[in-house]
Design a binder for this molecule. Structure first.
Ligand SMILES: Cc1ncc(COP(=O)(O)O)c(C=O)c1O
Length: 355
């Protein structure tokens, strides 16, 4: 089998001792909330030595309340990060071939390759889903992976996803990864496909709590689907897949939504400020509009890996170089929207490299 590697940003993608500010991981700029930290500290001794709830009952209950869509327990699957569910989805439904629009998050391809499936790549058209091209290629495909909002482009379109799902034969399973939907501008009225899981029984909607609530190290995600799909996905779950601290963190985070609300406000304002600052003042870098908590910066010269290394060495700032995303070239870096002072630091560091 051909070896396929899938790389990520994050402090461990380089020498972690060099990283002072991490712009390469797209997580809540405020990190974990004080209320979650407080509960975790208090309960650490007790939780560390008892087995966690294997059914995740309290967490599922909170998720159902949070989504406010009248879902039942057996529509929800809890994963050790959204990533675990990508793999369990692949194990449950992928056999011979899958369709993956690109550029996108690399784990869909890695999970499918591990099953031995062939990958049909379909390029985005003007960085949007090419609905016609995808629907023409579905013959012999078991599944389609859609990322909405998409990583690394940061663009969201409910309408294109809906158009595509409508066109596709219901025997083909579709994973819609909405891991970043909570960061889409409210002014865009982001609609979730969760509303449609009873109508489209071939669809699984994926969410991540690690990004929205700053829990990347604790690992927590979930999916929503018709119960018949949930049953097949959870068939591959290992017993006690979510540790007790992660469950408690998720429950508490969903009880304190003001943290996410605050982060969302920062992101909307800061993203616009960074576009204006970069695009009006710098000639070697241009920021590309996105709908979420990260955006691409195009380099007019230099290699993105070289820029990443310079920023890291000189400023302790880590950005995500994009040359290893299929369909991207060496002219892009991806950065998260962080707090005001951190964003200013990034701008100053880019300015010092501007020619
Ligand atoms: C689109 C997308 N989905 C899922 C994940 C993984 O999420 P989690 O940390 O919940 O496994 C990432 C991580 O970067 C991502 O970009």
């Amino acid at each position: 089998m051909i070896q396929y590697s899938c790389s990520h940003g994050g402090v461990y993608s380089v020498d972690p001792r060099l990283v002072r500010v991490d712009f390469s991981s797209n997580v809540n700029p405020l990190g974990i909330s004080e209320s979650v930290l407080k509960i975790l500290r208090k309960n650490l001794p007790k939780i560390s030595s008892i087995y966690p709830d294997n059914e995740h009952k309290n967490l599922k209950k909170k998720i159902i309340n949070y989504l406010d869509s009248g879902l039942s327990y057996d529509s929800i699957n809890i994963g050790n990060g959204a990533t675990e569910i990508i793999y369990n989805f692949a194990r449950a439904f992928v056999r011979k071939q899958v369709i993956i629009p690109y550029p996108t998050f690399c784990e869909y391809e890695l999970a499918s390759r591990k099953i031995g499936a062939k990958i049909k790549h379909v390029p985005l058209k003007d960085w949007k889903l090419d609905v016609d091209s995808i629907s023409e290629k579905t013959r012999n495909s078991d599944a389609i992976f859609l990322c909405n909002p998409n990583n690394p482009t940061g663009l969201f379109s409910y309408e294109l996803v809906e158009k595509l799902v409508d066109k596709i034969d219901s025997s083909i399973k579709i994973l819609i990864d909405e891991s970043f939907i909570e960061f889409v501008d409210e002014t865009k009225h982001p609609r979730t496909f969760i509303e449609k899981i009873n109508e489209f029984r071939n669809v699984v909607v994926l969410r991540s709590l690690t990004k929205s609530f700053g829990l990347a190290g604790l690992r927590l995600g979930y999916s929503v689907s018709h119960p018949s799909m949930e049953k097949k996905i959870s068939h591959n779950k290992i017993t006690w897949n979510i540790n007790g601290l992660a469950q408690l963190a998720g429950i508490t985070a969903l009880d304190n939504l003001s943290h996410l609300k605050k982060a969302r406000k920062i992101i909307t304002g800061e993203r616009e400020l960074m576009y204006a600052r970069i695009n009006h003042n710098l000639s070697s870098f241009s920021a590309i509009k996105s709908d979420v908590n990260f955006y691409l910066i195009r380099l007019s010269h230099g290699h993105c890996r070289q820029i990443r290394d310079l920023l890291l060495k000189k400023n302790g700032i880590l950005v995500r170089e994009c040359s290893d995303f299929k369909g991207m070239n060496d002219k892009y870096i991806r950065v998260a929207v962080r707090t005001h002072d951190e964003n200013l630091e990034l701008f100053d560091a880019l300015e010092s490299l501007d020619k």
